[in-house]
Design a protein around this ligand. Structure first.
Ligand code: MG
Ligand code: ZN
Length: 262
């Protein structure tokens, strides 16, 4: 019985990866760099975007947002005033109110996303520290936002999420003065589970650290689409495994991966 259950999960993740690759092909065709933005509920993803994307269009960076929520368009409405393309994707609209986005949900939303108008698409995932890390959506990079109200031990308790991303943003650092919170210990725990992670500290409220975050976002298209005459082959990089924890960089894109079971 246990075996059957595992099999089903593997099949679901295989199906997800197939659709993620179809998304990836669409993003590549339009030369759009896609970022999967993840966090627990209330870590400040939307506020961070409000702050970081304010004025970015005027600076010549073409960024759009696909806003994932179970219900409602509160967050999309907040971002729409920034004069950037924002599309709402609700998981209770045909997807059973799922607590994460998967490749199929993103695919269903793509006809409404004006990819030719953007160089970067940020997909704000549903707030959840567990399953979003399991489902690749065809993204190039993943950001995890954690806040100083969540506890220093979160990376050790939810290692998959922290391992799956390239950038970890520690948000709400303006609150540190009111909390007994060891932010250095949090950062050490992040780096323990993901030594390659870039870690930033921000306050979406005061604006501290936002310049660095914005610079990271603006640098993404040149990372993935350096020159248009070049042939870009990053088709094979979206792998999710039921045993989690892998993230593959683009540099080794054009070959088959063989993963021995862990
Ligand atoms: Mg939000
Ligand atoms: Zn979920």
């Amino acid at each position: 019985m246990h075996r059957t259950k595992v099999r089903v999960v593997e099949d679901a993740l295989d199906a997800n990866n197939t659709i993620a690759q179809a998304n990836r092909a669409d993003f590549d065709r339009e030369h759009v760099t896609v970022i999967n933005l993840m966090s627990a509920p209330g870590a400040g993803k939307t506020t961070l975007l409000e702050r970081a994307l304010d004025g970015i269009a005027e600076e010549g960076t073409r960024i759009g947002v696909l806003e994932g929520d179970v219900q409602g368009s509160f967050d999309a409405d907040r971002l729409a005033v920034l004069n950037i393309p924002v599309v709402q994707l609700n998981t209770d609209n045909g997807f059973g109110g799922e607590c994460h986005l998967d490749a199929n949900m993103v695919r269903s939303a793509l006809p409404g996303v004006p990819l030719p108008e953007m160089d970067v698409l940020i997909v704000e995932n549903v707030g959840n520290l567990v399953c979003p890390a399991e489902f690749r959506i065809g993204e190039d990079a993943r950001i995890m936002v954690c806040s100083v109200t969540e506890g220093e031990d979160k990376p050790l308790k939810y290692p998959l999420m922290f391992r799956a991303c390239e950038l970890v943003v520690i948000n709400k650092i303006d609150l540190l003065q009111y909390l007994e919170f060891d932010v250095d210990r949090l950062e050490a725990n992040i780096l323990q589970v993901n030594p390659q992670a870039t870690v930033m500290r921000t306050s979406a409220k005061t604006g501290e650290g936002i310049d660095a975050f914005r610079a990271w976002l603006k640098a993404q298209p040149t990372r993935f689409f350096e020159d248009d005459d070049h042939e870009h082959e990053h088709g094979e990089h979206t792998h999710t495994h039921s045993h989690g924890a892998h993230s593959h960089s683009h540099e080794h894109a054009d070959h088959d991966h063989e993963h021995a079971p862990a």
